[in-house]
Design a protein around this ligand. Structure first.
Ligand code: FAD
Length: 501
């Protein structure tokens, strides 16, 4: 069969493009070499944000587009995206107050904000957000952005693409792409078959250059600038629900965000990265950097012993020749190649989680000349799977579900609704007692695992523990070992355990 699009990469950009294209009537094949979101798209700071800092680099186009996207995406997936408030303490030695006020004024007004509350001044001597901070911080500003479960946004986009007819193959590497008369021949790992497609989309994130050199075998290409960013996860540092954005003396900023109920997420760093982008790791220098950045602000400094987990990702930025990694553009660049009559290839450089939907629309605009019957743009008004309910109805829906499935702990039902939204009902269907959910691995039931395998491409325990959820932070070592044994092909599941509720 001849596909219209062959997409390399199951990160947010590849899945976003596949979703948009399938919804416009194109036949799409997407190949992801690992699990969905196993690259950069599960290693972000998880903010749907305009990027206050990018205003300093005059990236007004990007900031405006991203600010508008906050509310579009909040409406599309209110189970996995929610509003956050950020407190920016004023540091006397760093950016002056008028500059911060101007930046926040623009931030409030550039993006047509309707749902998110505006910026306010905060007296840190009286406000609860001043309590964990050192005494010299007297004044600050509080502004809005949103949280996103990044890896789940990828999976929901892939599910929507599949619902609209796309073929999504995980653990499938694209190994070669060769131009034929007017189309591409593509080979994928583990299969002898050759797949044919009219247009090739290279959405391989940090591997975009690798695909150009080793898969397409192109001699010269634009460059990706790989910039590593790392986070540390520490025991929860304070009780309130606000986040902090701290300015550092080197001009960078650093976030501290309440995370997974019991933790605080701190990040990030900006370090140029060379070589293979697979499995990046935090260095001791980065850990030290993050600890000392927060020590400048918190009354009780965070210590190395409080670090429970770390993760790192590689930003696949377009190499615009900026001298410092932190100054390289965060905007995306789309490169369409192919002489007249040749099969076209479009490569994606850069792109935020926040702007994936707009990036996908821009990709559709670029390839529209090759598909005269291409449908109109549609994703701005369309919910992602499980997100088909009003954004301000989350609490009521969780309470309803908790009443119906009272045999589970309320916080577990809330977790499930936050992950699956209205699809939670599909997972629970017919269950009346805890035993109907099968074996339990901590709060994770066999029924949920089955749902994840059949609906969300899960194959291994880590897909669940670190991408479909962050249960890896909550399950005990024994519970994780039981899940690993259960997931191993050929190992028979233990009989369902009775669970007390
Ligand atoms: P990826 O997610 O890396 O996806 C590319 C995929 O291609 C990979 O899964 C890879 O396995 C696959 N692939 C590669 N080669 C092949 C092949 N030959 N065959 C098949 N598959 C292949 N953005 C925000 O909006 N908000 C934030 O708060 C934010 N914070 C960030 C913090 C950090 C530290 C970093 C690193 C990034 C952050 N970003 C943020 C940016 C955002 O995470 C990335 O821009 C985005 O995830 C890139 O997505 P992608 O789909 O292009 O790449």
């Amino acid at each position: 069969m001849m596909y219209d699009l062959f997409v390399i990469g199951g990160g947010i950009n590849g899945c976003g493009i596949a979703r948009d294209a399938a919804g416009r009537g194109l036949k799409v094949f997407l190949a992801e070499q690992g699990d969905l979101a196993s690259g950069t798209s599960s290693a972000s700071t998880k903010l749907i944000h305009g990027g206050l800092r990018y205003l300093e680099h005059y990236e007004f186009r990007l900031v405006r587009e991203a600010l508008i996207e906050r509310e579009v995406l909040l409406r599309a997936a209110p189970h996995i995206i929610w509003p956050l408030r950020f407190v920016l303490p004023h540091h006397k030695g760093l950016r002056p107050r008028p500059l911060i006020r101007l930046g926040l004024f623009l931030y409030d007004h550039l993006g047509g904000r309707k749902i998110l509350p505006p910026t306010r001044s905060v007296d840190l001597r009286r406000d609860v957000t001043g309590e964990p901070l050192r005494e010299e911080y007297l004044h600050g500003y509080e502004y809005s952005d949103c949280w996103v479960e990044d890896a789940r946004l990828v999976v929901l986009s892939a599910m929507d693409a599949r619902n609209k007819g796309a073929e999504i193959r995980t653990r499938t590497k694209c190994t070669s792409a060769t131009r034929q008369a007017g189309h591409w021949n593509l080979t994928i790992s583990g299969k002898d078959e050759v797949i044919e497609a009219r247009v090739l989309i290279n959405a391989a994130g940090p591997w975009v250059g690798n695909v150009l050199t080793n898969v397409v075998r192109q001699n010269e290409s634009d460059k990706v600038r790989m910039v590593k960013g790392s986070h540390i996860v520490v025991d929860r540092l304070y009780a309130h629900d606000r986040c902090y954005i701290f300015q550092n003396a080197d001009g960078r900023i650093c976030f501290a965000i309440p995370y997974e109920q019991n933790f605080t997420l701190i990040g990030t760093t900006d370090e140029d990265h060379q070589g293979d982008p697979s499995n990046p790791q935090i260095t001791e220098t980065e850990i030290e950097y993050l600890l000392s950045a927060t020590a400048e602000y918190f009354r009780r400094p965070v210590t190395r012993a409080q670090v429970r987990w770390t993760y790192s990702g590689i930003r696949p930025l377009y190499d615009d020749g900026a001298s410092k990694a932190q100054e390289a553009t965060r905007d995306y660049v789309l490169k369409l190649e192919g002489a007249s009559g040749e099969a076209p290839m479009l490569s994606v450089f850069g792109g935020k989680i926040t702007t994936f939907r707009r990036l996908s629309e821009s990709v559709m605009d670029k390839i529209a000349p090759f598909f005269p019957k291409l449908g109109k743009s549609w994703t701005a008004q369309s919910a992602l799977p499980g997100g088909d309910f009003p954004h301000d109805d989350v609490d009521r829906r969780i309470a309803d579900l908790q009443r119906t499935y009272s045999f589970l702990k309320p916080q577990n039902v809330a977790r499930i609704f936050r992950a699956y939204g209205t699809n939670a009902e599909k997972m629970f269907a017919g269950a009346r007692f805890a035993k109907d959910m099968g074996q339990f691995f901590g709060p994770l039931s066999e029924r949920e695992v089955t749902y994840l395998k059949t609906e969300e491409w899960v194959q291994e325990a880590d897909d669940i523990l670190w991408r479909r959820s962050k249960l890896g932070l909550h399950l005990t070592a024994d519970e994780q070992a039981a899940l690993r044994a259960y997931m191993k092909p050929g190992v028979k599941a233990k009989p369902a355990k009775r669970v007390k509720v």
